[in-house]
Design a protein around this ligand. Structure first.
Ligand SMILES: NC(=O)c1ccc[n+]([C@@H]2O[C@H](COP(=O)([O-])OP(=O)(O)OC[C@H]3O[C@@H](n4cnc5c(N)ncnc54)[C@H](O)[C@@H]3O)[C@@H](O)[C@H]2O)c1
Length: 273
């Protein structure tokens, strides 16, 4: 157990109130770490932090921080240091989830109709946000004598292209067919580059940086979609939402003390095919 212990480790998680962010935070708390939750809605964060403190008996606090705003991150980083004295880990997990209104004629997720505003917004959260978190929280980690661990959440779609046939809806004209947007591939591939950069940048200060490439999580998608996805996954199923917890704890803890710059697929074998 000690090998995987996060006892007393202060770990910042971005997008902490989302589907997977909640799982990351619970796993960190279960292993004795202090999850520092960053997301957009303070009331939701307060409730989540209360639940984690009560359930796992650990210290925990949530902060509403828009990770695209440098001043907000800078101030929050100061606040965290004041409150906890240090930062030992960072999980770059937040992602933009734009609500796109499609017209009757066109689906705006498609490359030919994709707006440069959504391009900017997606890259702003996924890439600039992660960069800013590295600049402030990551730098604090590099100031610890023992260093620490950074985990970037990429995707299986950081390794392979989306199979757009999965998203097709029967009966729609070509221009109305939804697709996985181009920004998803760009952000998730970019995070892999960021991982390798940081893994070498602070290596001598004992800061390790690795990327997880999760496959799709089963989350009430329609049956046709799920059966088509399953066919592309050797294990013949999508992931459960808690199935990335083990890998995350491994990468944040001493169990992975010599693992740095790794890009680890956790995708039921999808990218092996
Ligand atoms: N769910 C999956 O199937 C899956 C698969 C592979 C990879 N991933 C990746 O895992 C990560 C988490 O996915 P999820 O399914 O939990 O997504 P989610 O949409 O449920 O959660 C993302 C969270 O990020 C927050 N966020 C967005 N913009 C922000 C900003 N500017 N500042 C602070 N917080 C912000 C949102 O409020 C939200 O709570 C993402 O990077 C996603 O791409 C997810």
């Amino acid at each position: 157990m000690d090998l995987f212990s996060l006892e007393g480790k202060v770990i910042v998680i971005t997008g902490a109130s989302g589907l997977l962010g909640r799982q990351h935070a619970e796993a960190i708390a279960l292993y004795g770490g202090i999850p520092v939750l960053l997301d957009l809605n303070q009331a939701v964060l307060d409730e989540q932090a209360l639940y984690l403190r009560d359930t796992f008996g650990v210290n925990c606090k949530g902060y509403s921080v828009n990770i695209t705003r440098e001043e907000a991150i800078k101030n929050n980083c100061r606040e965290i240091i004041k409150e906890f004295g240090k930062i030992d880990g960072l999980v770059n997990n937040a992602a933009n989830n734009p609500k796109v209104e499609d017209s009757a004629e066109k689906n705006f997720s498609r490359l030919e109709y994709f707006s440069s505003q959504i391009w900017d917004d997606d890259l702003e959260v996924g890439l600039k946000g992660s960069f800013l978190c590295l600049k402030y929280y990551g730098y604090e980690i590099s100031r610890n004598s023992a260093g620490g661990s950074i985990v970037n959440i990429s995707s299986d779609l950081g390794l392979i292209a989306p199979d757009q046939r999965l998203y097709r809806v029967e009966g729609l004209k070509e221009e109305q067919q939804p697709v996985k947007p181009i920004t998803y591939s760009v952000v998730k591939t970019g995070l892999i580059g960021m991982t390798r950069y940081v893994a070498t940048y602070w290596a001598e200060r004992n800061v390790r940086c690795n990327a997880i490439c999760p496959g799709g999580v089963e989350n009430n998608q329609n049956e046709l979609f799920m059966s088509e996805v399953r066919k592309r996954i050797p294990m013949n199923r999508m992931a459960l939402k808690n199935e990335y917890q083990g890998l995350l704890i491994f990468l944040l803890s001493q169990a992975s003390s010599y693992i740095n710059g790794a890009v680890i697929a956790a995708d039921g074998g999808r990218t092996a095919w």
